[in-house]
Design a binder for this molecule. Sequence first.
Ligand code: AMP
Length: 307
Amino acid sequence: MSLTVVGSMAFDDIETPFGKSGRIIGGSATYIAWAASNFVKPINQVSVIGGDFPQVELDALKAKGVALEGVQVKKDEKSFYWAGKYHMDMNTRDTLVTELNVLGEFKPSIPDSYQGSEFLILGNLTPQVQMDVIKQMKTRPKLIVMDTMNFWMEVALDDLKKVLKEVDVLMVNDGEARQLSGEYSLVKAARKILTMGPRYLIIKKGEHGALLFHENHVFFAPALPLDEVFDPTGAGDTFAGGFIGHLAKTKDISFENMKTAIIVGSAMASFCVEKFGTDRLREINQDDINARLEQFVQLVNFDIDLV
Ligand code: AMP
């Protein structure tokens, strides 16, 4: 059961009230791969990097079962670079720098060895690239999940709407759901977005959890209350990786199983925010994940006697 992951692999520079990261490894596809590889192998990675991307990082991903044949290396160019700053309210951030570098001219090429992947996740990238990848898959994957961001709604809305028609699950945050639908109520926003293509919609609300919408059903997964959110960067991608990783592992794309998958995604995201970048995701093992999932079960478990 293989999973294809498309997204950025990057250098990030992050500032939070707790400190500065310096130049570290980030990118949407990097976080997705670190999270999903706990559940399914191989991960078929599709991305582009410059000659400056450290070999040791590629080796670390390979050791987690991530195939890198679909990662283009532009030896004489620089990797994507992103810098961001968080204030005390960790739910919002300022983007300080975006240097597209190799991402600017990225033309993905899906290797033959990736064909037949049953699960595809389109991490945050230009809608044109996301569409290009869908078109290159000779057999349509059983499930296509897509992440995006407000930036693409502003600069490439028409292309974004075309991709929406091709995917099964869309993931956005609450602000993006409002922007895409023009509705303030998230329930109304979801109803509208579900007419645009995806059959499932996940609205992420940072420390306030995530909502899963499908037809007239809705399910809510909380975020784990933590003493300290150290660095929220990549939490959304890590959530996405846990979500699709669980679905690919269980091969079950029912709404019931998606409920479990968003709890798994929330558990993975709760690790991500504990340290800078991917540091915490590199440390955890299956026991840590199981213990965290048990905390989620306890968090939402209650009895009630109805009269
Ligand atoms: P998240 O915090 O989950 O929204 O994702 C953070 C990651 O997204 C960082 O590691 C960045 O490198 C990456 N990123 C930021 N802006 C973009 C962009 N325009 N395209 C692709 N990846 C991006």
